[in-house]
Write a protein that binds this ligand. Structure first.
Ligand SMILES: Cc1ncc(COP(=O)(O)O)c(C=O)c1O
Length: 494
């Protein structure tokens, strides 16, 4: 196919050129009815192509013309049999994959550190999750990927599992051994689903980890908006082979997608694919070089460490995406949260993520060398500052965490109800310290590492209560519960 073409974007341009008199949604009628200050800021052109599905423009739910061609071009570029454009991010991709692969009660192996949209997929599909613990890195205070060994063991222990769901790469850019995982999963006759939200660029450069489509996952998702140039919320779902019921996938997508998709978003997916297919290797080479050079410069600053190739081969680290820079700042005496806040306040720099020990910066095809210079200069200055907090003081957060073994996660508790049943059940709040034996109806994740220690449907044990109370004493943030301080917890009503 001709990858220089952008059939869907072109269809929108043709409509604008044809001067049609609009009597259709959206109500701003190509910008005429839009509040002037907003229109002047966003520009006339984006308003002109904010249209609705109609003949000549095609329909995302039932593509027969230019969207169909745009999706076929994307499938070819990614080496998939079919590609579907998504307009509610990989969040909807996770939900659609599970709703396609799983029937209520079917078992699916999932990493404990999955994104919360995976849980949405479990609740919607009624799946029975078999949780797999990812590799936890005590030294770097983060979790990596689930290993092939863990997957093989899980399949041995639960031969009735229907599908294996893997997250690769992680938020920090660590990639799993997808080829080994594919062999294990397919040899066992199961489906492989991959959340590759953070790896839409892998397909287009040989120095990046292999993509989930190259590894022949049955279905995978990419947040095209995260690391490539599509608008926010734009993602793709790729499907390969004949293990997935394509008719079911198509019906699920029809159920999840809006009947009024934002067409500039859809066009941005078409154009982002063309950009990568025609020029991706060159653009990404520049990005990778800039990121690697920045990593080297940062690593020359005393007190800072940005991991790179040297950690390859550690448990759960098969490969790395060099375009994500994780800056460990504990040697500077800051927490990641503080460093992130100072970067923003003092240097006007906003990073993607901060945790207790790190900040994470994305380097993409849109990152300039000037921005990279300012990033490095900010850290050089930060390293010269007086240390603001002594994380190693006896009462310091870090010392307390290190003392108690930091990342020795508790055992995954017994599952008493499916996540869906617990989520939809009648619930009540009880005091957390008195909740032993109750069935949890929410997700409780100390962050970092962000791995849920309790998920909906699981029994609250004494060990977990002790563990979580200690975490909170040590200053760890708890994600997920209704009550941030976890004085009360939502449980299934008895
Ligand atoms: C691993 C993973 N999967 C899925 C998602 C959801 O992606 P989106 O924001 O495109 O809906 C995220 C978002 O951060 C993520 O980190």
């Amino acid at each position: 196919m001709d990858q220089t073409k952008t059939p869907y974007f072109q269809a929108l341009l043709d409509y604008v050129d044809s001067g049609v008199i609009p009597f259709h949604t959206p109500g701003h009628m190509q910008g005429i009815g839009m509040e002037r200050s907003f229109r002047e800021f966003v520009g006339d052109n984006i308003c002109a192509i904010d249209l609705t599905p109609m003949p000549g423009i095609d329909d995302l739910l039932q593509p027969t013309e230019s969207i169909r061609e745009a999706q076929e071009l994307a499938a070819e570029a990614y080496g998939a049999d079919r590609t579907f454009f998504l307009i509610n991010g990989s969040t909807s991709g996770n939900q659609c994959m599970m709703m396609t692969a799983i029937n209520p009660g079917d078992k699916i192996a999932v990493p404990r550190n999955s994104h919360k949209s995976m849980l949405g997929g479990l609740v919607m599909s009624g799946a029975h999750p078999i949780y797999m613990q990812p590799a936890v890195d005590q030294e770097m205070h983060m979790d990596h990927c689930v290993t092939p060994d863990t997957i093989a063991r899980t399949l041995d222990e639960h031969p009735d599992i229907k599908a294996v769901y893997v997250v690769s790469p992680t938020y920090y850019g660590v990639a799993a051994d997808l080829q080994a995982i594919e062999r294990i999963v397919h040899d066992a006759g199961k489906l492989l689903l991959v959340d590759e939200a953070w790896g839409p660029h892998f397909q287009f450069h040989p120095a990046l980890p292999i993509s989930a489509t190259q590894a022949r996952a049955d279905m995978c998702i990419n947040s095209t908006h995260k690391m490539l140039s599509a608008f926010s919320q734009c993602a793709m779902l790729h499907q390969i082979g004949d293990r997935v019921r394509v008719d079911r996938l198509k019906s699920v997508l029809k159920m999840f997608l809006s009947t009024s998709p934002n067409l500039p978003m859809v066009a941005s997916l078409d154009v982002a694919r063309m950009q990568m297919a025609t020029n991706g290797a060159a653009l990404l080479s520049r990005t990778i070089d800039l990121a690697q050079e920045t990593r080297r410069r940062l690593n020359r600053i005393a007190g800072i460490y940005c991991f790179g190739e040297e950690i390859r081969g550690r448990h759960g680290v098969f490969n790395l995406d060099p375009t994500k820079i994780t800056v460990a700042v504990k040697g500077l005496g800051y927490t990641g949260y503080e460093a992130s806040e100072i970067l923003r306040r003092r240097y006007n720099i906003q990073v993607e993520l901060a945790d207790l020990f790190n900040v994470v910066a994305l380097f993409t095809i849109g990152t300039t060398s000037d921005a990279a210079d300012r990033f490095v200069a900010a850290f050089e200055e930060l390293a010269r500052d007086e240390r603001p907090v002594d994380l190693y003081a006896p009462s310091g957060v870090l010392q307390q965490r290190l003392k108690k073994g930091s990342y020795r996660l508790p055992e995954i508790p017994p599952m008493r109800m499916l996540p869906r049943d617990a989520f939809l059940a009648q619930t009540e709040f009880v005091k957390f310290r008195e909740s032993k034996g109750r069935i949890c109806a929410e997700t409780i994740s100390p962050y970092p590492p962000g791995i849920p220690v309790l998920s909906p449907g699981e029994e609250i044990t004494d060990g977990l209560i002790d563990y979580l109370r200690l975490e909170m004493k040590a200053g760890t943030r708890i994600q997920g519960p209704y009550d941030d301080e976890l004085k009360i917890i939502r449980v299934v009503k008895e």
